[in-house]
Structure formats: C-alpha cells, structure tokens
Design a protein around this ligand. Structure first.
Ligand code: HEC
Ligand code: HEC
Ligand code: HEC
Ligand code: HEC
Ligand code: HEC
Length: 316
C-alpha cells in the first residue's frame, strides 16, 4: 500500500502563490499529473449530503484495470490546476475522445457520478461504542477544504481521542492498538484488520484495529476511548429539541471535558515529525514505514501552504 513519492517544491515569488513544480512519482506511470500522490488513500472523504459523505480515493490497480485505465487523469479533469481544487468537478469527455456523433448519446446516457465507483474503498460502518460516535459522523471533519479529507482518512487508523485528547489535562499517555473493532467496508477492506502486534491471524474483513490512547497512572492503564458517556449521549439526543441553549451548552461542555479542538498546523506534526508522540516501531511498523511516516511530505501540503498550483509542465 505504501508508495513514497518524492517531489521538489519551488516557490514562485508572490507571497500567497506557491507553485508546485514537480511531483516525481516512480510508480504511477500513467499518473503524470501526480494526482494519485494524494488520491491513493482509502477513506479520503468529506461530509456531503445526501449520501453522508463523498469519497476521493482512487485505487491505482483498479483504475488501471478500468476502461479508462490508460487515460491520464487530466485528460478528463481538465479544470484541475491547483490544490485545493474544491468545486472544480467539471469533467470533459470530449477532450480528444468521444467525438463521434454516436458517442454523444453514450455520454448523455451515462451516469458520470459512478465513473470511479469501483475504484474507491472506505468504511461504511464502524461501531466502537464511543460517546463521540453517538453524535458525530464517522467522517466528521468538514472545515478545512485542504485537510478535511486527510483528517477523515485517519479515522481508519485511530480513535477520535488519539488526536483529540486534552494533553494538558492528561500528561502520561500511551498509544497502542485496540483489539478488533467491527467494521464494514465498501470496495476492498483496508487498514490493520487485526491487532498487528499480537499478530492475531483471525483478521477477517469485518474487523479493524486502530491506534488508541491510554492514560497511565497509579499502576493503572485506562483506555481513553469514551464509552462511559455513551448512554448519556443517547439521552441528550432524545431530549435535545426541548433544551434551552444554556443547558445544551453545559451538557455539550460535559461531553467534551477531556477533548481539545485540534489545530491542523500542530496536529499533523504531533505524529509526522521527529517529535512524534507515537513510537511507530513499538507499534509494530517496519523501520522503513516508521521513517516514511515521520518524514512524510504531504503534511507540508496541508500545513505550510494555502494554495498549490499543479505543474504546467504536465499539462497537455
Ligand atoms: C495535494 C493533494 C492532491 C493532489 C495532488 C490532487 N488532489 Fe484532488 N483532491 C484532494 C483532496 C484533499 C480532495 C478533497 C477536497 C475536499 O475535501 O473537498 C480532492 C478532490 C478532488 C476531486 C473532487 C472535487 C470535488 O469537490 O468534488 C477531484 C475530481 C479531484 N480531486 C481530482 C484530482 C485530479 C484529476 C488531480 C491531478 C490533476 C488531483 N485531484 C490532484 C487532494 C489532491
Ligand atoms: C475518462 C474520464 C476520467 C478520467 C481519465 C479520470 N476521471 Fe476522475 N472523474 C471522472 C468523472 C466523469 C467524474 C464524476 C464527475 C461528477 O460527479 O460530475 C470523476 C470524479 C472524480 C473524483 C471525485 C470523486 C468521484 O468519484 O466523484 C476524483 C477524486 C477523481 N475523479 C480523480 C481522478 C483521478 C485521480 C484520476 C486519474 C487516476 C481520474 N479521476 C481520471 C472522469 C474521469
Ligand atoms: C451529545 C452529543 C455529543 C457528544 C457525545 C460528543 N460531541 Fe463533539 N460536538 C457535538 C456538537 C453538537 C458539536 C458542535 C457544537 C459545539 O461547537 O459545541 C461538537 C463539537 C465537537 C468538536 C469541535 C469543537 C470546536 O471547538 O469546534 C470536537 C473536536 C468534538 N466535538 C469532538 C468530540 C469527541 C472526540 C467526542 C467523544 C469524546 C465528542 N465530540 C462527543 C456533540 C457531541
Ligand atoms: C488525525 C487526527 C484526528 C482524528 C483521528 C480525529 N480528529 Fe477531529 N479534528 C482534527 C483536527 C486537526 C481538527 C481541526 C480541523 C480544522 O481546524 O479544520 C479537528 C476538528 C474536529 C471537529 C470540528 C469540525 C471541523 O471540521 O473542524 C470535530 C467535530 C471533530 N474533529 C470530531 C472528531 C471525531 C468525532 C473524531 C473521531 C470519529 C475525530 N475528530 C478524529 C484531528 C483529528
Ligand atoms: C495521532 C497521530 C497522527 C496524527 C495527528 C496525524 N497522523 Fe497521519 N498517520 C498516522 C499513522 C499512524 C499513519 C499510518 C497508518 C497506517 O498506515 O496504518 C498515518 C498515515 C498518514 C498518511 C498516509 C501515509 C501512507 O503512505 O500510508 C498521510 C498522507 C498522513 N498520515 C497525513 C497526515 C496529515 C496531513 C495529518 C494532519 C492533518 C496527519 N497525518 C496527522 C498518524 C497520525
């Protein structure tokens, strides 16, 4: 699953405009525009009505095997020149292809929205019994156009608290895998489907194992996955409509008493840097993966720069 890309960045003058000069991928032969650098990840999603969320994962193998597997992404996605490219969904089916009269009908009769349906994997259901999930969607992040899909992707690797626990309040924390949690997938199952440390070979496609946070003290090690407020959260939801704003706020503050709102600029570096809070090796990641996760370049995209322009040199 892991392919590392190397790319160089060159900054063009104006303060706000950054230009991404080249993505140098050694594996995505047909992906000359480097789209899969980001789109390769299962679970890349943003909340959206009416289906709940929209999925941006494109599986390379399945894409290559599809009818358009030999077509470079930008042949159809002609309007995507920068990242984030939110809203730029116009696709051109007649950019050198499908020009024949009979193709007009074919295109008119095709539901374009399903074009990549077979190339996407994501979690459709994950019940961890937490209070958080009573009120929040599985893929809850929506504010940051650039980062939300990447943050949502992490739901398949870790529990909410692993990022959101208030580290000022809980100082001695430890990170470890959960035992198998029940999950259902669309596309292909992915992630750690059993506790990789104990090598539980019963890993079935209906399970997933994620990194959770534990509080250590007084000889005790307690999982911080909040399951103790779950019943209260259900009560809250049943009574919410009748509640005065003050009471609502007080109750919500209670549910969030151990939570802090993560900041993107800080959060990515908490794990993907030399000061990582996670001991990747102790968690069972290989030396190479640990090194790659610490040095991953993508975080620069969501923390340092506001807008990227995809390289002109790759445009046809
Ligand atoms: C730096 C990472 C990155 C690169 C490179 C990238 N994308 Fe994206 N793309 C994203 C993210 C993140 C989203 C989801 C944005 C959101 O949350 O609304 C997205 C969304 C999209 C969407 C859906 C837009 C929408 O609002 O529905 C399309 C289509 C798309 N990308 C195509 C491409 C193509 C084609 C390329 C290559 C030319 C490309 N992307 C390169 C990160 C990237
Ligand atoms: C043959 C044309 C074509 C090619 C080639 C193509 N796409 Fe798409 N893509 C589409 C169409 C059509 C849609 C749906 C647009 C809509 O919903 O209006 C789409 C949608 C998307 C979306 C939004 C999620 C979705 O499924 O609606 C992403 C992300 C995306 N494409 C990425 C890519 C990437 C990455 C590549 C190259 C690996 C690629 N596309 C190649 C036609 C294409
Ligand atoms: C009873 C329902 C409920 C429960 C339980 C709950 N939340 Fe929330 N949460 C909300 C609502 C509603 C909001 C938005 C209103 C607000 O800003 O307070 C919110 C906001 C948030 C925010 C954004 C805070 C901000 O300042 O913008 C985070 C982060 C969050 N919740 C995480 C969690 C986590 C993690 C858990 C589990 C420990 C959890 N929530 C449990 C209902 C809930
Ligand atoms: C990889 C770390 C990470 C994980 C895991 C994570 N969050 Fe977040 N969360 C963040 C960051 C960073 C922000 C701030 C986003 C921003 O400023 O746009 C955030 C913001 C939020 C918000 C405010 C809405 C928004 O888009 O800003 C809510 C609600 C929230 N998280 C709930 C949750 C819940 C519920 C879970 C578990 C299902 C969870 N988070 C798991 C990092 C994480
Ligand atoms: C609490 C720790 C933590 C935080 C915070 C975190 N990550 Fe991660 N991230 C991980 C772990 C662990 C993995 C690998 C999971 C796996 O493959 O099993 C990962 C994987 C990734 C990957 C995929 C790497 C690959 O090739 O498999 C990307 C991209 C990524 N993170 C980007 C980000 C960005 C951007 C942020 C900030 C919004 C962020 N991460 C915040 C722990 C974290």
């Amino acid at each position: 699953m892991r392919r590392r890309m190397q790319y160089g960045l060159m900054v063009l003058t104006t303060a706000l405009v950054m230009v991404l000069t080249f993505w140098q991928g050694n594996s995505f032969a047909l992906d000359e525009s480097g789209c899969l650098t980001c789109h390769q990840y299962p679970g890349l999603t943003r909340p959206e009505t009416p289906d709940g969320f929209k999925v941006f994962h494109i599986d390379e193998k399945r894409y290559l095997a599809s009818a358009h597997g030999k077509t470079d992404c930008i042949k159809c996605h002609t309007t995507i020149h920068k990242v984030p490219h939110v809203g730029e969904t116009t696709v051109n089916c007649t950019n050198g292809c499908h020009l024949a009269e009979k193709d007009k009908k074919l295109i008119a009769d095709t539901d374009l929205k399903t074009s990549h349906a077979k190339e996407k994997s994501y979690i459709t259901r994950l019940s961890d019994g937490s209070s958080c999930r009573e009120c929040h969607h599985l893929y809850p992040h929506h504010s940051s156009e650039l980062a939300r899909a990447f943050i949502n992707m992490h739901i398949s690797f870790m529990t909410c608290e692993t990022c959101h626990i208030n580290r000022d309040k809980y100082k001695t924390l430890d990170y470890d895998w959960t035992n198998s949690e029940t999950a259902e997938f669309a596309g292909q199952p992915f992630g750690a489907r059993f506790n990789p440390k104990i090598g539980d070979a019963s890993g079935s496609e209906h399970f997933i194992s994620r990194i959770a946070v534990f509080s250590v003290g007084n000889g005790e090690r307690k999982s911080m996955l909040n399951t103790w407020d779950t019943e209260k959260a259900k009560e809250y939801l049943a009574q919410e409509k009748q509640m005065a704003p003050d009471e609502k706020k007080a109750r919500l503050d209670y549910f969030h008493r151990d939570i802090h709102k993560a900041e993107i600029s800080v959060t990515c570096n908490e794990c993907h840097s030399n000061d990582t809070i996670l001991d990747f090796k102790a968690l069972g990641f290989s030396d190479k993966t640990a090194h790659d996760l610490i040095n991953i370049n993508i975080k620069g995209l969501v923390t340092k720069y506001k807008v990227f322009y995809l390289p002109d040199m790759f445009r046809q």
